[in-house]
Design a protein around this ligand. Structure first.
Ligand SMILES: NC(=O)c1ccc[n+]([C@@H]2O[C@H](COP(=O)([O-])OP(=O)(O)OC[C@H]3O[C@@H](n4cnc5c(N)ncnc54)[C@H](OP(=O)(O)O)[C@@H]3O)[C@@H](O)[C@H]2O)c1
Length: 254
């Protein structure tokens, strides 16, 4: 029987690339995002696997439960959960729209947490399951000018690493993907395309493949790209006040 991967944020960027990688390995797909037309177009592009699309705004409270119930009603068993959907915003915290920042917390943190909560028990029952949570190199230090985004990704990393320990011996693995700047729609959505942090952005297919391979190996954390690995290592050893100053500099225009 074919396995099934549920991927959030599957209409563009990393999520779109993850879908291709799972499909190539024969997985059936459950694809979640807001844009129903794009989801259906993507569904049409696959012929030899089953693709279920669930149009959903994950920044709406209760969205994760609704997705879980829809998947249950369809009798689909989710073997791999990819919590990928997320967005960022550039600007000073008090000058950015509060509603947008609350939506970001709901999407980047709450939906990811709740989807994990709903899909984990059956994975444990089967003694088999894989979860890929997409964080960022932003998870490793404070991010002035993207304060809520960086904090949301620190949550994703901390939450996921804690689960790894809780799940030892259950057959369920949790992998956290920490990309640096990557060429997707993220840059335009967050208005960070002209920032220094985007001067050496990686391509989305390369980043997704590294994340996918780490997931399949059950690796705990994967930071993509040599420069990003060096940056993360540096941030671990410097005072957080200095790391925050560097983040602020890198968030500035090229
Ligand atoms: N690109 C980077 O530089 C970078 C670096 C580090 C980490 N990341 C992380 O990588 C993940 C994927 O982002 P990406 O770079 O691939 O960006 P992207 O191209 O903008 O893709 C984001 C995906 O999330 C979906 N999405 C956005 N808001 C949603 C909502 N409220 N409800 C449901 N789906 C929603 C979008 O689809 P719809 O618009 O159809 O909803 C889209 O499919 C994010 O968690 C991001 O934080 C990205």
């Amino acid at each position: 029987m074919k396995k099934t991967a549920l991927i959030t944020g599957a209409t563009s960027g990393l999520g779109y690339e993850f879908a291709k990688l799972f499909a190539k390995d024969g997985y059936n797909l459950v694809l979640v995002a807001r844009n129903e037309n794009t989801l259906n177009e993507i569904k049409q592009s696959y012929s030899n696997i089953e693709v279920t699309v669930i149009p959903m705004d994950l920044s709406t409270p209760g969205a994760a439960k609704e997705i879980f119930e829809k998947v249950e009603q369809k009798g689909i068993s989710v073997d791999v959960l990819v919590n990928n959907a997320g967005f960022g915003l550039m600007g000073k915290f008090d000058e950015l729209d509060l509603k947008k920042q609350s939506n970001m917390i709901q999407l980047n943190i709450t939906a990811l947490t709740e989807l994990t909560y709903y899909f984990l028990p059956k994975m444990k029952q089967r003694n088999n399951g894989r979860i890929l949570n997409v964080a960022s190199t932003a998870a490793f230090q404070p991010g002035p000018l993207m304060a809520v985004y960086f904090a949301s990704k620190a949550y994703v990393l901390s939450f996921s690493e804690a689960l790894v320990e809780e799940l030892i011996g259950t057959g369920v693995t949790v992998t956290t993907l920490c990309p640096g700047a990557t060429k997707t729609n993220f840059g335009a959505v967050a208005s960070v395309e002209n920032s220094k942090m985007f001067s050496s952005a990686m391509s989305s297919d390369v980043v997704a493949k590294q994340g996918y391979e780490a997931l399949m190996r059950g690796k705990r954390v994967i930071v993509t790209g040599g420069l990003n690995k060096a940056g993360v290592l540096g941030a671990k050893f410097m005072p957080r006040s200095l790391a925050a100053k560097i983040s602020k500099y890198v968030a500035g225009e090229k």
